[in-house]
Design a binder for this molecule. Structure first.
Ligand code: MLT
Ligand code: MN
Ligand code: ZN
Length: 306
């Protein structure tokens, strides 16, 4: 099984179009040792290396396809290697890329929970709009940890686990999250028996996802914010990381403490990194702290084998 990181940034990307924080200004000026990053998405392939599951459809999907030609192999006049799309939630950064796939010559197979489906037919009716183009063949993603497989992605097994986070701001229950609004994916290789855990939005560590992380070969987890008040301290927002469903890395009970507790040998990778996060600066003290703890920061084009 192969995982390719298509986009490692959180919503807004890096640099964010209207942002002049230290990181965004630094990457634009070329004065910061870093890489620019597109918005949150990975792709997964199994035994058949010509078929991929797109996990989250980022607003940057077209740039991501260009950067990853394996996803558009060009065998026939109209062609794609994307066999299906799996959504971890209905947030803008994970779902609006579906619009860019509207020229598909068959309905897009999209796996999402009932909660995400309600938001994608209600608050942000992407599925209804797409019915006027290629259409959507929706598959139910159950957030109860039950195993499922995706046609074409042979040798890969999937489980979705409800996680504590937040549905999108346009959801009627933004402030009363329900199980299944956000999920972590446990993506397993049926030959090796190993699995990776992918959780770009994780507001608090709960037992089911923690159990899956403890037995994982690779964890790709919420790297949005370094500190809970990061955007407040920069005068960019009034919201704390935890208010919008993201567990910060630093501080008591933060992601670093959890990652420290994983078995030695677990590959620990932060993904869905917000442009304000100091870990994007490869010369920062925070990045040095990650390196000291054996934690990596995902980058666009990163490839993981399992
Ligand atoms: C989030 O995960 O909170 C998002 O990145 C927000 C967004 O896409 O605007
Ligand atoms: Mn996001
Ligand atoms: Zn910024």
């Amino acid at each position: 099984m192969k995982i390719r990181v298509l986009g490692s940034a959180a919503g807004g990307g890096f640099p964010q179009w209207n942002c002049n924080c230290r990181n965004c200004a630094g990457v634009r000026a070329g004065t910061l040792r870093t890489r620019s990053r597109t918005q949150s998405s990975i792709a997964v392939s199994g035994r058949d290396v010509t078929q991929w599951a797109l996990v989250n459809a980022s607003p940057d999907i077209l740039a991501q396809l260009k950067a990853n030609p394996v996803l558009q192999p060009g065998r026939t006049p109209r062609d794609t290697a994307i066999a299906a799309v799996v959504l971890v939630d209905a947030q803008i950064d994970h779902s609006t890329g579906l619009f860019m796939l509207r020229e598909s010559n068959r309905p897009l197979q999209v796996w999402c929970t009932d909660g995400a489906h309600a938001d994608l037919t209600g608050g942000n009716p992407i599925f209804r709009v797409l019915s006027h183009y290629c259409g959507v063949e929706r598959r139910e993603l159950k957030a109860d940890g039950s195993r499922f497989t995706i046609d074409g992605i042979e040798g890969v097994s999937w489980r979705a686990l409800a996680v504590a986070s937040k549905p999108a701001p346009f959801s009627p229950h933004r402030d009363a999250p329900q199980p299944g609004d956000n999920v972590a994916l446990v993506i397993g290789d049926s030959v090796s028996g190993g699995h990776a855990v992918y959780a770009p939005g994780l507001g608090a560590m709960e037992a089911p996802v923690w159990r899956a992380m403890q037995s994982a070969a690779i964890v790709l987890v919420d790297g949005t914010f370094w500190s809970d008040d990061e955007m407040i301290a920069m005068g960019l927002s009034k919201k704390r990381a935890r208010d919008i469903g993201h567990l910060p890395q630093s501080g008591a009970g933060g992601m670093l403490e959890w990652l420290d507790r994983l078995p030695i040998g677990t590959r620990r990778i932060l993904i869905h990194v917000n442009n304000t996060n100091p870990i994007l600066d490869e010369d920062s003290a925070e990045r040095a702290e990650l390196t000291r703890r054996g934690i990596e920061v995902a980058w666009d084009g990163m490839e993981l084998l399992l």
